[in-house]
Design a protein around this ligand. Structure first.
Ligand code: ADP
Ligand code: MG
Length: 698
């Protein structure tokens, strides 16, 4: 079946084209103003938009609508209402008012709020975010919305992201003005999140409680072949996977998601989808849709899509590389070096802001990707370490060094002095900058790639942090430069100072090497190894001040997020521990006993049949398995005891630390013995598929 992409693209989106066609001119203009400048829609306009949206959606077969929002669970939530409205004569009409479009009141008392809502005031409100287009999914008109409490505190991930985009816009405009930009120019941030995932056979998936309950395997001996040969990376795509990818692309295109590249990743059964970048808000929404569609489409193909960061121990995990940049409303990428001296000076100033931000707010970048799944991935020689540093490439680093030292960059041509704003900086070829895959935060020619994100997490928080911290640096720069008598000289001084004070964050070497951990320590960089180490950063005084100043999170909101993150950490490990105990008792032990019985029975019948025959194999194996089984049972009891120990801990940080240091450690010990036993017992005794079957079974 062939599809005509340009005609399919965005057919399920109430986007610009549909709005232009279906809305009266004035209404269309009012909506555009709201989208671009955040101007409030008045209710008469909202009514017209709602009605046009409803008519369009009903024509496309929709019967329901929902406010589509992103609570702190990190996934999207929806509550469907139908359009029907009684007519009084026993009939119904399809109706949808501006009021229903603009504001909703889901009974949302069960979403995590970190204490922001007492149960007696559990109400949460949703409000239309007109900067993200409405779309149709499962015969339902989905209206992207923010989610907040009665007191106006954000209960979601979208609100802070929108606020952070406002913050960076406010400050970046000040900088652009200094370079003579027009009134009316706006600055937004862009993101292109590359999404990694695994595909496994659905029937096999269903047999594994760990995958079903936790999204990752808790037991599993290494298969004879893993990713050792690197033969999967960009390898030919299997027909079943290719069919899935085609179907997925088509679904995403209908939803207006610019799915662009699909390829195999390093691990067997691992794949990646990269979209074309768009504004961070839309990119975040679309990434949520992408993950949802991956799951749905996989299911249709008899597959299960695993979005967990580390479904298989010893095999590369999945990330979500967040490509990030700043762009003006006229389409200029502010992280793209230019052709003229002034463009280059502007580029350097934005670059300096990012350098300073990453150095001063390493902790925020780290905490923005902190959750238990990602702990298995960061620093496991497959993903960037938990230490935040930045890769600029030798060429750009060389340029910065020459600026710092007032030397000329191009040794051959001493006339090409690198004084900012006076002399041209050499244009550097983009490809030379993208060769380091180990850095958490890499400059890739005209954007940064933040590689620490986990595959399952929303891209909202990392982008919120990035936007806010860079906004702060731009604010400081603007404060300084707006006062300057000699702009060029002040700019020069500023850039030099930033390089001198913050160059420790730049590292172009191998971030996977042990020497880097040492070197980073010498440089005084943070190494917040686990989520629990990172989460308290949310409440660091400097960070609370940052978010308050730029109106991105209130202190109350930060406290609530801190509690939610810790709580969710503990709950995740708790569920994993219980799942593991259940598998140990109901799957592994029965497998051990039946295999042991088979060995014993064989030995006995061998003896009975022919007394002199050797039963050495059976006896030795039985002995080995018995020894390991006893150890397995000890570790099982130890894990049970560890889980019970959480009862005496009430405070969230203390509890999370306990789960990390005690429960997780006990789980690892149980697993080690379990995997050793798995390798010894015969095929077919375990009721679930092995790593080999899962990874090579599609
Ligand atoms: P690689 O796999 O080498 O990192 P890809 O081409 O697969 O590179 O992915 C690059 C990603 O970066 C794409 O999603 C792309 O849309 C995105 N991207 C490109 N330019 C920008 C930009 N200015 N801002 C944000 N993202 C960008
Ligand atoms: Mg990439």
């Amino acid at each position: 079946m062939s599809i005509h992409v340009p005609e399919t693209f965005g057919t399920l989106v109430f986007g610009d084209k549909v709005m232009r066609e279906r809305l009266p001119k004035d209404t269309y203009k009012a909506v555009k103003r709201t989208m671009e400048n955040g101007k409030k829609l008045d209710s008469s306009v909202a009514n017209i938009v709602a009605n046009a949206m409803k008519d369009w959606a009903v024509e496309k077969g929709a019967t329901h609508y929902t406010h589509w929002f992103q609570p702190m669970t990190g996934i999207t939530a929806e509550k469907h209402d139908s359009f029907i409205s009684p007519t009084g004569d026993g009939g119904v009409i399809m109706e949808f008012s501006g009021k229903e479009l603009v504001r909703g009141e889901p009974d949302a008392s069960s979403f995590p709020s970190g204490g922001l809502r007492a149960t007696f005031e559990a109400r949460g409100y949703t409000a239309w975010d007109p900067t993200s287009y409405a779309f149709i999914k499962d015969n339902t008109l989905c209206i992207p919305t923010v989610f907040y409490s009665y007191g106006g505190q954000a209960l979601d991930k979208k609100t802070p992201l929108l606020r952070s985009m406002e913050a960076i816009n406010r400050q970046a405009i000040r900088i652009l003005r200094l370079f003579g930009a027009d009134e009316g120019v706006r600055v937004g941030t862009t993101a292109g999140p590359e999404q990694e995932y695994f595909l496994v056979d659905k029937e096999m998936f269903k047999k594994r409680k760990d995958l079903v309950f936790c999204g990752r395997t808790l037991f599993g001996a290494k298969p004879p072949k893993g990713q050792d040969l690197d033969d999967h990376y960009f390898g030919a795509i299997k027909p079943r996977v290719a069919a899935f990818m085609r179907d997925l692309d088509e679904e995403l295109w209908k939803l207006g998601v610019l799915a662009k590249t699909e390829h195999n990743e390093v691990a067997p059964a691992q794949h990646e989808l990269a979209p074309i970048f768009t504004t961070t808000n839309l990119a975040t929404d679309q990434n949520q849709l992408t993950m949802e569609m991956m799951r749905k489409v996989a299911d249709r193909h008899g597959l299960t899509c695993l979005l967990h960061e580390k479904p298989f121990a010893g095999v590369n995990g999945s990330g979500k590389h967040n490509n990030w940049s700043l762009a003006t409303s006229t389409g200029v990428n502010l992280l793209e070096p230019g052709d003229s001296p002034s463009e280059n000076a502007q580029f350097l100033l934005f670059l300096a802001a990012v350098i300073k931000a990453v150095d001063e707010y390493q902790d925020l970048l780290r905490v923005s990707v902190a959750h238990p799944g990602n702990d298995h991935r960061l620093g496991a020689s497959e993903a960037p370490p938990a230490i935040i540093s930045m890769f600029l490439g030798d060429e750009l680093t060389g340029i910065l060094e020459s600026i710092e030292n007032d030397t000329s960059y191009d040794k051959k041509d001493t006339s090409a002095e690198l004084k900012i704003g006076v002399h041209v900086i050499p244009r550097f070829p983009k490809d030379t900058t993208d060769r380091n895959r180990t850095s958490p935060f890499a400059f890739t020619g005209n954007k940064f790639e933040f590689r620490s994100l986990g595959s399952s997490a929303s891209a909202a928080t990392p982008n919120t942090m990035l936007n806010t911290m860079v906004a702060e640096e731009l604010c400081q720069f603007a404060d300084e430069l707006e006062q300057a008598k000699d702009f060029t000289a002040a700019l020069n001084t500023l850039v030099k100072r930033v390089i001198r004070e913050h160059k420790r964050i730049i590292f172009n070497g191998n971030n996977y090497a042990d020497e880097w951990v040492e070197e980073a320590r010498r440089r005084g960089l943070l190494n917040l190894k686990t989520s629990v180490d990172a989460i308290p950063s949310l409440l660091a005084e400097k960070n609370v001040a940052l978010f308050r100043k730029h109106k991105v999170y209130t202190e109350t909101e930060l406290h609530s997020r801190y509690e939610i993150m810790l709580e969710s950490y503990s709950k995740t490990i708790h569920i994993e521990a219980l799942t593991m105990l259940e598998m140990a008792k109901k799957d592994v032990i029965p497998a051990i006993t039946s295999y042991s019985k088979a060995l014993a029975d064989t030995a006995v019948s061998k003896k009975a049949a022919c007394g002199g025959v050797s039963c050495e194999l059976e006896c030795r194996l039985l002995q080995k398995i018995s020894g390991l089984s006893a150890c397995f049972y000890d570790k099982l009891e130890a894990l049970e005891k560890a889980v019970l120990g959480c009862k005496s801990r009430t405070e969230n940080l203390e509890l999370a630390l306990y789960y990390k240091d005690t429960v997780l450690a006990a789980m690892q010990e149980l697993r080690a013995v379990g995997d050793e036993i798995e390798a010894l017992i015969g095929e077919g005794y375990l009721p679930y598929p092995t790593y080999g079957q899962l990874l090579f079974g599609v």
